[in-house]
Ligand binder design. Structure first.
Ligand code: ADP
Ligand code: MG
Length: 372
């Protein structure tokens, strides 16, 4: 009766969401660093950001970009999280979710995902909040579903995958979608477990870098959360996963200025970020071929990109005028991966199928209301 109607309602809602595309792009603008005053950001509203550019003749020109959401410099970590929470919660319903932080080095990727260096309660980033929320919600549901939550931490550097929770290099052959069998998968049951593991991961990562060689900006790091839920009445098992990815800095490296290792790193980053862009944009445009095999990053995430999976890209903007070139290329990248449905003109133009599903939802809602 009641339960079934609820279930049907949710299924239909998910289908509508699915038809509308599961790729979201949020843009976050970092505050200006003290001492900087000249900014390239002209205006921000809820969905549009406009950037001051220069025309050929030195005249100021503006260029606007529209995304699902824009977070201005004063938006707090808690506010960013609250707009991300529904997506994160869907992991407990058996969805696969990928959240990426994209942007040039220094634009705030790590701030969003992990938080500032000196972590405070308010400073906690999406990673910590997501896990704390999953624990919280799984406790709320414990009478009906019993959940197990485990995490992995991986780093991809120069197309090599490394397990940040152990000292070993992972063999390439073991890369098969969300499961990387050789990598440690650690059961967690409280936020403090997660904090300890992330500390370990960060330590293992920094072993490979020196002050001058900040590897963290030139590798991708990925916190993967695996959820298994057992329905206590039916015995059915559902599985969900979430990848939280702090990407390598997207800045273009001047090839004439770097050589050796630095050039090799730059080429690997370039290759994997454009592979990611290609995969997401072909998913967004519903192309029949999705080129997952072009990089380790997209191979690793293959099962969680496309299909029923939900993707969120946080694109980060450094607001200072000196960063204008990178800002524009970041926004162009973001525009390329944003769904076609994003365009303001298309918002109200549902396909026949969406319309039909919406009508069914409305009638189910009415049925539900009558039952109450
Ligand atoms: P990235 O990881 O992209 O290289 P970081 O996250 O390390 O950049 O950010 C660079 C600096 O700017 C850090 O000191 C960080 O704490 C600060 N910062 C970034 N975003 C914000 C923000 N939204 N509010 C306050 N400080 C920020
Ligand atoms: Mg960083």
């Amino acid at each position: 009766g009641y339960q079934r109607v609820l279930e049907e309602n949710r299924k239909l809602y998910n289908q509508v969401q699915d038809l509308k595309g599961n790729i979201r792009v949020y843009c976050r603008v970092r505050p200006l660093v003290p001492g900087q005053s000249h900014t390239s950001v002209d205006h921000i509203d809820e969905r549009t950001i406009s950037i001051l550019t220069h025309s050929k003749y030195g005249k100021e020109a503006k260029k606007s970009f529209t995304f699902n959401k824009i977070f201005g410099p004063s938006v707090t970590q808690a506010e960013v999280f609250s707009d991300t929470q529904p997506l994160i919660r869907s992991v407990l319903d058996g969805y696969n979710v990928c959240i990426f932080a994209y942007g040039q080095t220094g634009s705030g990727k790590t701030h969003t995902m992990t938080g500032p260096k000196e972590l405070t309660e308010e400073g906690l980033g999406v990673n910590y909040r997501a896990l704390a929320d999953l624990f919280h919600l799984s406790k709320e549901r414990k009478e009906t579903i019993s959940y197990e939550i485990s995490v992995q931490m991986l780093e991809i550097y120069n197309e090599q995958v490394k397990d940040l929770l152990s000292a070993d290099e992972i063999r390439n052959s073991s890369l098969n979608g969300i499961n990387v069998p050789d990598a440690n998968l650690v059961r967690v049951s409280s936020p403090s477990d997660v904090i300890n593991l992330m500390d370990l991961g960060h330590k293992n990562r920094s072993v490979c870098s020196t002050a001058l060689n900040d590897r963290s900006s030139r590798s991708h790091s990925c916190l993967t959360v695996h959820v298994q839920g057992k329905d206590l009445t039916s015995g059915n098992i559902l599985r969900g996963s979430m990848h939280l990815v702090d990407l390598a800095g997207s800045e273009r490296v001047d090839k004439s200025e770097v050589t050796g290792d630095r050039l090799k790193e730059a080429q690997h980053i370039n290759k994997s970020l454009s592979a990611l862009g290609d995969v997401i944009s072909s998913l967004a445009s519903r192309s029949s071929h999705v080129p997952y095999r072009n990089s380790k990053l997209t191979q690793l995430l293959q099962d969680s990109l496309g299909g029923q999976a939900k993707t969120l890209m946080f694109v980060h903007i450094a607001p200072e005028y000196e960063a204008l070139g990178e800002t524009l290329s970041t926004l162009k990248f973001a525009e390329r991966v944003a769904t076609v449905e994003l365009g303001a003109a298309k918002v109200n133009k549902d396909s026949g199928e969406v319309k039909e599903l919406k009508e069914q939802i409305a009638s189910l809602k009415a049925a539900l209301a009558r039952k109450e």
